[in-house]
Design a protein around this ligand. Structure first.
Ligand SMILES: CC(C)(COP(=O)(O)OP(=O)(O)OC[C@H]1O[C@@H](n2cnc3c(N)ncnc32)[C@H](O)[C@@H]1OP(=O)(O)O)[C@@H](O)C(=O)NCCC(=O)NCCS
Length: 200
């Protein structure tokens, strides 16, 4: 695997219980960003995000002690699907490939934890579409995503939730993107992930 050293002083790691002190800042940053973009966002509670950290299902980027970025993963539909959610990079750290590093790490973690699961995400952002495409995701209709009610409940806090309901969950503002491991040779995409030793 190709290794790239990042000399920006930012580490991208799997979060644990010790990172709970960042949760409120993460949630505030996500909701402030949604206001700026004027888009919807799935609302998460402090407890929910903390739980993800404790379960080793969250990725955090830290510049020293400072929170720089975050996302988490969760399995749905009896572990047949894994979603990547809550991606955020603090404004001052944007534009230097940090979201790409975070998403790559989340991708690796998802593949390690649930090798047979299909990975998916909902997004309205161009950067995420670009990163997902690099990882091997393709746009799909919502009908190809999990029918796990618990996942879709997460959309309830979004300002566009009425659209999702009106269309019987067939369409919404977000684009659905899916990575199906059955359609990729083993390890094919991991080889393109530029992760340094500390991130693995
Ligand atoms: C979206 C976000 C996570 C991107 O973070 P970032 O660290 O600046 O992203 P990166 O630097 O890794 O960019 C990755 C690629 O996307 C590209 N990109 C950035 N914004 C883009 C856009 N609007 N449309 C298309 N491509 C875009 C970048 O140019 C880069 O590609 P390149 O390296 O080939 O030039 C950050 O802007 C953010 O937190 N926004 C608010 C929250 C949000 O939108 N979250 C996603 C919800 S699905």
């Amino acid at each position: 695997m190709e290794e790239i050293e990042y000399n920006d002083g930012i580490e991208v790691i799997i979060a644990n219980a010790s990172h709970e002190r960042y949760v409120d800042e993460i949630l505030d940053t996500i909701s402030d960003a949604a206001k700026v973009r004027g888009t919807g966002i799935a609302k998460r509670t402090h407890e929910y995000v903390t739980q993800k950290m404790k379960e080793g299902k969250a990725i955090i980027a830290l510049a020293g002690e400072e929170f720089a970025g975050f996302c988490y993963i969760e399995s749905w539909g009896n572990r047949q699907y894994v979603a990547n959610s809550g991606l955020i990079v603090r404004e001052k750290f944007r534009g230097h490939g940090l979201a790409r590093r975070i998403k790559q790490r989340a991708f690796m973690l998802s593949r390690e934890k649930w090798p047979k699961a299909k990975l998916f995400g909902l997004t309205s952002g161009g950067a995420v579409m670009k990163i997902n495409t690099e990882l091997g995701y393709v746009p799909v209709p919502f009908s190809e995503l999990t029918d796990d009610e618990a996942f879709w409940k997460g959309c309830q806090g979004c300002v566009n939730h009425d659209v999702l309901m009106r269309t019987d969950r067939r369409y919404c503002i977000c684009t659905a993107m899916l990575y199906d491991p059955a359609k990729h040779k083993d390890g094919e995409k991991q080889d393109t992930c530029h992760l340094n030793k500390d991130e693995l």
